[in-house]
Write a protein that binds this ligand. Structure first.
Ligand SMILES: C[S@@+](CC[C@H](N)C(=O)[O-])C[C@H]1O[C@@H](n2cnc3c(N)ncnc32)[C@H](O)[C@@H]1O
Length: 508
């Protein structure tokens, strides 16, 4: 079968994943003190792009040639339709990894990325991916991979097993139905006092969360034929066949030990020389569930002076107003307060001059920041980037170059928002990435773009003509006037909180 046991009966959920953005991958490498050979216009390949949201947004907002493959024709069709509108340099293939590997027209890539693939495919397909990286990733190129990992997932392996077995052996019909039956069955085990759940309270939490998660995501996570959770060391060993070495975590908060590891854990880890053993051990300290790793073909550390120069000169853009910024950060050690004496002046500096992006070199000399050390500013920026409250920005020339494709992509996303709320991001050319936006915000952007004088009224008319209503506190709003008032309120909030930032990001 062409799908090799992978679920194709229902499409995968939509989503944009910042980790896949070339700009962010480069930043993660620099933070980890690792060198990447990335030209100004890299050649990028995404394996298993799903609905193609990450691929389309990255291709429209970054320089380079983008390729991707997914064997699900519905996924490939959506991705191609949208790419045709954006005009980005993007080839979206409808091909399996095996078919891709057999092509003789593939270029060599600077970046190969796969998000949410490795755990859910067969050994054979994993070997094909390693072979693609071995033959088609350039020396110095980056290989981004995310996957479920032990020990965080270990207690839940039997949960997934029983759901899968129930859906295979005890129910028939479409996948959403079989999944619901499997969930009911697991609930009945729990209600009847299964000792497995008593012994593993974390599994109960995971199961309870399943009830609110997107059903398409849950089907792909739990009902696939293949689902192999591995320790980091096993993945690293397999990738070593393609001459790949671990270089950095693409989840930037992982770079900050203070929020993830106790002093004892940091000490123990610092004594482990072998990087594979160190990372595997780190996963035990943080009880890692999901890793977002960057491997590199040919590991070359940056000189510390060079690392500093690169990071000091990288512009950063604040993604929400200082007053809207959370004052907490969550790492593996739990939630912690941000130090106001460090963060407040940095928020103010980043928001000054209408949110113009600033480098760390600039921030040092800005009012209120004089007393801060470079190390404090640097750590603050990494924490804020890691929690998506700040983002690395392109320089002015690149920004200008990627604006037309980003604009065309956003036109298509906001056109789709007229009928559906499936895409929850807009393309932000300044930061080479997507920005979370709901359907109303997308329609506000469209109305502004179309020079509508009364934005809320324009959006309400669209929604009303489709027989839809707004929902407040879980209930539909009945009267037209109340719907319009609710939209006016939403637009007022959007205008104050997001519009100035969207303008700076180049979305509007
Ligand atoms: C869990 S989804 C992840 C999608 C996307 N990367 C994301 O994170 O949104 C896995 C995707 O890989 C595709 N896929 C699985 N096995 C494949 C194979 N052997 N060849 C090509 N695509 C495959 C599926 O069709 C699906 O779209």
């Amino acid at each position: 079968m062409w799908h090799a046991g992978y679920i194709t009966e229902i499409e995968y959920s939509h989503g944009y994943f910042h980790e896949l953005s070339p700009l962010r991958l480069k930043l993660a490498m620099e933070i980890a003190g690792q060198r990447a050979s990335l030209p100004a216009s890299p050649c990028y390949l995404e394996l298993g792009f799903g609905q193609g949201e990450s691929l389309n947004i990255n291709a429209a907002t970054n320089p380079g040639s983008f390729w991707g493959t997914d064997f699900n024709p519905a996924h490939a069709a959506t991705t191609r339709d949208i790419a045709a509108k954006s005009g980005a340099d993007l080839i979206a293939l409808e091909a399996s990894f095996e078919e891709l590997a057999a092509r003789d027209d593939l270029p060599e890539f600077d970046i190969i990325a796969l998000h949410g693939i490795w755990t859910w495919i067969s050994d054979r397909n994993r070997a094909i991916i390693v072979d693609i990286a071995r033959r088609k990733l350039k020396p110095g190129g980056l290989f981004y991979i995310s996957y479920n990992v032990t020990p965080g997932w270990s207690p839940s392996i039997p949960l997934r097993h029983i759901m899968k077995e129930h859906s295979k052996r005890a129910s028939v019909g479409p996948i959403p139905h079989r999944m619901n039956e499997a969930k009911k069955f697991v609930q009945s085990l729990f209600d009847a006092g299964s000792t497995y759940f008593k012994a593993n309270p974390g599994v109960v939490d995971r199961f309870n969360k399943l009830k609110d998660q997107n059903p398409n995501y849950v089907a792909h996570e739990y009902l696939n034929e293949n689902w192999d959770v591995m320790p980091f060391s096993q993945v690293a060993d397999q990738l070593s066949d393609a001459k790949l070495n671990f270089a950095a975590s693409a989840h930037l908060l992982d770079a900050i030990d203070e929020i993830n590891l106790s002093a004892d854990a940091q000490k123990l880890l610092s004594q482990i020389e072998d990087i594979v053993l160190r990372e595997t051990t780190r996963d035990y300290f943080v009880n890692q569930n999901f890793r977002r790793d960057i491997f590199v073909k040919g590991q070359r550390p940056l000189e510390s002076f060079e690392k500093n120069r690169l990071l000091m000169n990288q512009p950063f853009m604040i993604m929400m107003r200082p007053e809207d910024q959370p004052r907490k950060v969550t790492g593996s050690l739990g939630e912690g307060d941000l130090n106001a004496s460090v963060y407040e002046p940095i928020f103010a500096a980043l928001a000054s001059e209408d949110y113009r992006p600033k480098t760390i070199s600039e921030i040092i000399g800005m009012p209120g920041c004089e007393a801060l050390s470079i190390a404090q500013i640097y750590q603050c920026i990494v924490i804020l980037c890691g929690s998506f409250r700040v983002a690395p920005a392109h320089d002015e020339d690149v920004f200008k170059a990627v604006k037309p494709t980003s604009k065309a992509l956003n036109d298509e996303i906001t056109r789709r928002a007229v009928y559906s709320d499936s895409i929850n991001f807009l393309a932000a050319p300044l930061i080479g990435a997507g920005v979370p936006t709901n359907r109303f915000e997308q329609l506000f952007v469209r109305a502004i773009d179309l020079d509508q004088e009364d934005v809320a009224l324009w959006v309400w008319t669209l929604i009303r003509d489709q027989g839809q209503k707004l929902v407040k506190d879980g209930k539909p709003i009945e009267a037209d006037e109340d719907n319009l008032n609710e939209l006016r309120e939403k637009y007022g909030e959007f205008e104050t909180k997001r519009l100035p930032i969207f303008k700076r990001l180049g979305i509007i």
